[in-house]
Design a protein around this ligand. Structure first.
Ligand code: 5AD
Ligand code: SF4
Length: 451
């Protein structure tokens, strides 16, 4: 087999990170090895994100940057959500792209590559690109290799994909398609293989992960996320289970009980609310109120008192008044987040929000984002500072920039820098937190035994 070089650039969410890993797994048997620059690559894949305008523009500017590196042999592919949403447009604007595919067809990459190769051999020239943005009947999950090629101490496993909720700002239902849950046995199998190879933490991924309802192991009925996590917790050697991203509408007792009863389920939850104003939540078609969200948080805290919370916020959604925005700030004050993401509303073509009148001027969006981020930043810093002096288990999942330094994660998903020898990489050890900044912690190892 001829050895070839593969470069993949990933934009956007964790699901894209998982998809990129899986594309590399599919291409490995064809002789492709990952490299970290496009120069000298036989194949380049841009795994794109369509969630906001900026992410989309980045793809076209990166295509322009890669073009000079593109020699006769290089196959250039655009994958992911921009591929899905704008396939034909990409082919038109960048006819030197060989393949455009969406998130649901990447299991067919080997066939697409073979076709692109034939076209190159025949010297058919630009404009003969391959477009595969179908939503196939078969699930890609049934066609992915069983083994992950590269594994570290922490791994992602996609368990659910797509969305049927149609929030009026969001492209996901159009780019990722309808909601689909993988069967419990397939997930257990994938997780078990990872754990056998030393993975200690698994993050279960889904656009609506807590809407998960997969076929039970015996093929009778469906299990929810709480039951799935209880089943995975029986895997010996799996120390930590996380999940993201959840939707308030899909919170159930089973999930809250899982936080209470399963020690491997980490005390952290990313539960986007987007806005604190009932009026805006309604126009966003979130199908929940501010009170509903706050009730969930209260219940969750009853079951799991130390849970750290995270959220996503959008400022400047059409029609958002200063009062609506104040409602968001007040909600943030009421909840108290450990961390959070916040964005300016970006109108996306094809979504109902883009057609609403009363779009908010850019300056107002920026100004509100600034105020919201200041508040969130203060909360994050306070949360980090509250950890100083405490000891907690830290999973060392990254090597530091300097020799003798490792990076790890607390149960609450904070990053911790620790002076520790390289041999402790992959261990989960008790660390005493000594210092906190707004983005990370610093600590020292206080035991040398695994959790
Ligand atoms: N504009 C700004 N932010 C958006 N998000 C989704 N769509 C948009 C949009 N059109 C944000 C939401 C979501 C996160 C993944 O991205 O907050 O939870
Ligand atoms: Fe971006 Fe959404 Fe696609 Fe993830 S699913 S890559 S966030 S558009």
């Amino acid at each position: 087999m001829i050895e070839k070089n593969l470069y993949i650039k990933t934009y956007g969410c964790q699901m894209n990170v998982y998809d990129s890993e899986r594309m590399a797994d599919i291409l490995k048997p064809l002789g492709y090895t990952l490299i970290d620059t496009p120069a000298g690559a036989d194949m380049v894949i841009l795994n794109t994100c369509h969630i906001r305008e900026k992410a989309e523009e980045k793809v076209y500017s990166d295509l322009g940057r890669i073009r000079p590196h593109k020699d006769e042999k290089m196959i250039l592919a655009v994958a992911g959500c921009v591929g899905q949403a704008e396939g034909a447009e990409i082919m038109r604007r960048a006819p030197y792209v060989d393949i455009v595919l969406g998130p649901q067809t990447y299991h067919r990459l080997p066939e697409m590559i073979a076709r692109a190769q034939r076209s190159k051999d025949k010297k058919e020239g630009p404009g003969r690109g391959i477009l595969d943005v179908e939503f196939p009947i078969e699930s890609k999950f049934d066609h992915l290799p069983q083994e992950h090629t590269t594994v570290g101490p922490s791994a992602f496993v996609a368990i659910q994909e797509g969305c049927d909720k149609f929030c009026t700002f969001c492209v996901v239902p159009y780019t990722r398609g309808a909601e689909y849950s993988r069967p419990i046995s397939a997930i257990h199998e994938e997780a078990s293989r990872l754990v056998k190879r030393g993975v200690k933490e698994i993050t279960l991924l889904g656009q609506n992960v807590n809407a998960y309802h997969g076929l039970s192991p015996h093929g009778e009925g469906e299990w929810g996320l709480g039951q799935l996590m209880a089943h995975l917790a029986t895997l010996e050697g799996l120390f930590r289970i996380r999940y993201m991203t959840s939707h308030p509408r899909d919170m159930d007792e089973g999930l809250m009980m899982a936080h209470r009863d399963i020690p491997q389920v980490m005390p952290f939850m990313h539960l986007p609310v987007q806005s604190g104003s009932d009026r805006i939540l309604e126009v966003m078609n979130r199908k929940h109120t501010r009170k509903h969200y706050l009730d969930i948080i209260e219940k969750m805290r009853k079951h799991c008192p130390d849970i750290a919370l995270s959220s996503d916020f959008i400022v400047g959604f059409p029609g958002e008044s200063e009062q609506d925005f104040q409602d968001t700030l007040n909600l943030v004050r009421e909840v108290g987040y450990g961390q959070a993401y916040s964005f300016k509303y970006s109108p996306r073509i094809g979504t109902p929000g883009a057609l609403l009148e009363d779009q908010i001027p850019e300056e107002i969006k920026s100004e509100r984002l600034g105020r919201l981020q200041e508040l969130l930043f203060t909360q994050q810093k306070a949360f980090n500072e509250s950890c100083v002096g405490k000891s907690m288990p830290v999973l060392f999942d990254r090597r530091g920039k300097r020799e003798g330094q490792l990076l790890g994660k607390t149960p609450y998903a904070q990053s911790v820098y620790v002076e520790a020898p390289a041999r402790l990489y992959g261990e989960c050890l008790e660390v005493k937190i000594e210092k906190a900044s707004s983005n990370s912690l610093t600590g020292i190892v206080v035991t040398t035994e695994s959790e």
